[in-house]
Design a protein around this ligand. Structure first.
Ligand code: SAM
Ligand code: SF4
Length: 326
């Protein structure tokens, strides 16, 4: 088991497959970015090798992310390679949806079952302002294709920023409810390229208030898990669920079970970690699985108590979100 000194066990791995992106969301990355050389990215074989070593240590759940993961050529091939690994119970994907219409079926056929699509607004002008690109229609087509391919549930992730898109909370929640999608709102975190201000965080309780006042009352979902990152709610009447990831107002560090592998092979034990361990030499040159396993164990053991967003001690990691893997 991958246990740290605070007693937290880790079974959940996020794998970034690229730092490239076809959007430039202001809260995530800068407009101009120098991307990694392709030769620096882990190959699919190296990623699958890492997972084969990590699963016997206790990893049974993973999520592919980026950057925009669907920009990595032939992602269904990686998905199929991972789906074959015994004792890996769950493979998910987080995408901005722009390229999903063409890839949803192939991903489903390769064994992917859980998909999260990021969408912060249904307004084309605000979509452009937030992501610095056009593409709302393509995202909506991608969601429709994912439904048609058989993905269920499909989660929609929206970051809510005060002064930018708090007016989108209700339309997004309605859109999700009407289309049998699960809506998840995320508090704005200091992990992007732009200067973060606490005053721009639109808090979980404000999101809930909007939905309850303008759509319908919510209650904790039947499967509500107080230790999970998302606080899950369901409407009192009728169908529909809403999740809120309140990383700022209700940090879930005490029950964190996540590890991250960046696209260039760095192991990170926290989204906000300031240190990372370079696994590429072990995966690419030395092929020493015992040492790789020990390095993963040590990285988990060394994990800190939690991020310090809410203190003056907080230091933003040198990598921004697109290069870590959200
Ligand atoms: N490109 C894909 C996408 O957008 O879904 C996957 C990578 S993206 C970094 C993963 C998630 O991180 C997205 O849902 C995005 O909204 C979220 N994210 C990025 N920057 C954030 C921030 N500063 N605060 C909160 N969430 C953030
Ligand atoms: Fe790209 Fe996702 Fe970051 Fe937006 S949130 S810039 S889509 S990686």
């Amino acid at each position: 088991m991958l246990t740290d000194t605070f007693g937290r066990t880790h079974n959940n791995l996020r794998i970034s497959v690229t730092d490239r992106c076809n959007l430039r969301c202001t809260y995530c990355m800068a407009e101009e970015v120098v991307f990694l050389d392709r030769a620096d990215l882990l190959t699919f074989e190296e990623i699958a090798h890492f997972v084969r070593v990590a699963v016997p240590l206790g990893i049974d759940k993973l999520r592919l992310t980026g950057g925009e993961p669907l920009l990595r050529r032939d992602l269904p091939r990686l998905t199929a390679m991972l789906a074959e690994i015994p004792n890996l119970e769950d493979i998910g994907l987080t995408t901005n949806g722009l390229l999903l219409a063409n890839q949803a079926q192939a991903l489903f056929d390769a064994g992917l079952r859980r998909i999260n699509v990021s969408l912060d607004t249904l307004d084309p002008g605000r979509f452009r302002a937030i992501s610095r690109r056009d593409g709302l229609e393509r995202v909506l087509d991608g969601i429709a294709a994912a439904k048609a391919a058989g993905f269920h549930p499909i989660k929609i992730n929206a970051v809510v920023i005060r002064g930018t898109n708090e007016q989108d909370v209700v339309p997004l929640a309605r859109f999700a409810r009407e289309n049998d999608l699960e809506m998840r709102f995320i508090e704005y975190m200091p992990i992007g390229a732009e200067a973060w201000e606490r005053s721009k965080v639109y808090f979980a309780h404000e999101i809930l208030e909007q939905i309850e006042q303008r759509i319908a009352p919510l209650v904790p979902a039947d499967d509500y898990d107080p230790r999970a990152p998302a606080m899950d709610f369901q409407y009192v009447e009728g169908r529909g669920r809403v999740g809120i990831i309140a990383s700022v107002s209700r940090p879930f560090c005490a029950s964190c079970n996540r590890l991250r592998l960046t696209c260039d092979g760095k192991l990170r034990n926290c989204l906000f970690a300031l240190d990372e361990v370079d696994l590429k030499p072990l995966l690419r040159e030395r092929h020493d699985d015992a040492q790789l396993a020990e390095t993963i164990r040590r990285n988990v053991r060394d994990k800190w108590e939690g991020h310090e967003i809410n203190t003056a001690r907080f230091v933003k990691p040198p990598r921004t979100m697109h290069a870590i893997g959200g």
